[in-house]
Design a protein around this ligand. Structure first.
Ligand code: PLP
Length: 249
């Protein structure tokens, strides 16, 4: 774990820009070092910056700093932020939006309107709802199936590993959804590496049936090195870039 970045508070805009730039540089350096150590090519690892709880202005700053992948975890906040970022950017190209939060079926239609990638699909009924939403919006979505690697954890989402094939098959059968791989959050309070190894092994098995499912979304601010070591292709990094969030989330 690196030191917690300085508080963002009410910094003047250009100071916030400098803070984000410095934090991003630190994260990129950590990813580079982890790739070196794992003898992996840095081009095979994508950093997705998790901007939940932070304002649209920060997303616009991040885009200005070259960030092209951002993630949100709540539909209401995300829908408003996507709209605001799109407006602030004018004609400029916006980021790719990832949705990484637990998803209710009644929110699927909304999420399908703005998300490009959904990491948190973990039930067959959700697949149907997301597929219908994508169809209604005339869009296509990249989808990861979230796996629960910690049977003792409740309420954090994810399909039990044994049910991964069923959910993955349902995604693959949708014309509007493209199965890209798997996602997981490491169990709290233990070495994340065994969990990430299990996820990578599940992903390899999944590719026997779905060769296109090459993404492994794993690793956050505190455990990105372990995720790179295990073989993650997508890291979801929030606080190491943006600073600490209010603790209620
Ligand atoms: C918030 C969140 C992250 C980022 O966590 P940090 O510890 O701030 O890097 C990653 N993944 C998911 C699913 C999240 O909700």
């Amino acid at each position: 774990m690196t030191a917690t970045p300085a508080p963002h508070g009410d910094l003047p805009a250009d100071e916030r820009m400098r803070e984000l730039a410095a934090n991003l540089a630190d994260v990129r350096e950590r990813v580079r070092a982890a790739c070196d150590q794992a003898r992996r090519c840095i081009d095979d690892v994508t950093v997705v910056v998790v901007t939940k709880t932070f304002p649209a202005a920060d997303v616009v700053r991040l885009v200005g700093l070259g960030v092209q992948q951002v993630a949100e975890n709540r539909d209401q906040e995300a829908a408003a932020k996507v709209a605001e970022v799109t407006e602030r950017l004018g004609g400029r190209r916006g980021p790719t939006w990832h949705f990484v939060g637990q998803l209710q079926r009644n929110k699927a239609r909304s999420v399908a309107r703005y998300a490009d990638v959904v990491h948190s699909v973990d039930r067959v009924p959700l697949v149907a709802a997301l597929s219908a939403g994508a169809h209604a919006a005339n869009r296509h979505l990249d989808v990861l199936v979230q796996v629960n690697l910690d049977p003792s954890a409740t309420g954090r989402g994810g399909v039990p590993p044994a049910d991964l094939p069923v959910v993955a098959d349902a995604v693959a059968q949708s014309e509007r959804l493209h199965l890209r791989g798997v996602m997981a959050v490491a169990p709290l309070g233990t070495d994340p590496r065994p969990a990430f190894d299990r996820l990578v092994a599940l992903a390899a098995r999944l590719r026997d049936d779905h060769p296109e499912a090459t993404w492994v979304s794993a690793g956050m601010s505190g455990d990105l090195e372990a995720a790179v070591q295990a073989g993650a292709t997508h890291l979801r990094v929030g606080s190491a870039v943006l600073g600490s969030r209010p603790s209620l989330r």
